[in-house]
Design a protein around this ligand. Structure first.
Ligand code: SF4
Length: 164
C-alpha cells in the first residue's frame, strides 16, 4: 500500500494537470488526507473521508475520491463537500458555508448500481457512465476521469458503459 506522502504526490500531480487546488490549510489538508489513506487501507479504495459508504466497491463507486460530485460542488460552492479540493478564491475567504450533500439519498438506500441501472447511462439527470476496462470501476460523469481512482489506469482505458 502506498504511503500518505505517495498518495498525496500522486493526487497533487493529477490535480495540477487538471487545474485543481487543495485546501491551503495544512492541518485540514493533513486530516483529510489521513482520512482518505485510512479508508484506502480499510476498503481497498480511497472512499470519501467525510461520507458514510457501504464498504463495497460497487456501491461506493461515485464517492471514491475524487467523487462524481466534486466538479459541480467546486463550480457552485468553491470547494468539494469535504473541502479537500477548492477553487482559487476559496483560501481568501475566512468563513465558508457548508457544502450541501449533492449525492442523492437514494444512492445510499438502493445502492449505486441499482440507480444507474434504473436511470440508465445518459438518463435525464445522469451523465454518461464510463467503465474502467482494467478494474471495472464505474463512474457517471461528463467524460471519463484522467486516471482511475482504483487501479490508476489512464483515461484511454475507459469505455462508455451502456445499460438499458
Ligand atoms: S473530492 Fe472531496 S467530497 Fe469528493 S470524495 Fe474527494 S474529498 Fe470527498
Amino acid at each position: 500500500m502506498r504511503s500518505i506522502d505517495d498518495m498525496f504526490l500522486e493526487m497533487n500531480k493529477i490535480a495540477g494537470e487538471e487545474g485543481y487546488r487543495f485546501n491551503p490549510d495544512r492541518e485540514e489538508l493533513a486530516n483529510l488526507l489521513e482520512g482518505l489513506w485510512v479508508n484506502e487501507h480499510r476498503y481497498g479504495y480511497p472512499l470519501c473521508p467525510c461520507r458514510l459508504g457501504y464498504g463495497e466497491l460497487a456501491q461506493d463507486m461515485d464517492i471514491i475520491c475524487p467523487c462524481n460530485y466534486r466538479d459541480a460542488d467546486i463550480a457552485e460552492f468553491g470547494s468539494c463537500l469535504c473541502t479537500l479540493y477548492v477553487d482559487e478564491e476559496w483560501g481568501d475567504t475566512k468563513v465558508h458555508e457548508p457544502v450541501p450533500e449533492r449525492r442523492p439519498g437514494e444512492y445510499f438506500i438502493k445502492g449505486y448500481p441499482a440507480i444507474i441501472e434504473q436511470k440508465g447511462a445518459g438518463g435525464k439527470d445522469m451523465a454518461e457512465v464510463y467503465r474502467c476496462q482494467v478494474c471495472g470501476y464505474l463512474c457517471a460523469r461528463e467524460e471519463a476521469p484522467d486516471l482511475c481512482p482504483i487501479c490508476r489506469a489512464k483515461k484511454e482505458r475507459f469505455e462508455k458503459f451502456g445499460m438499458k
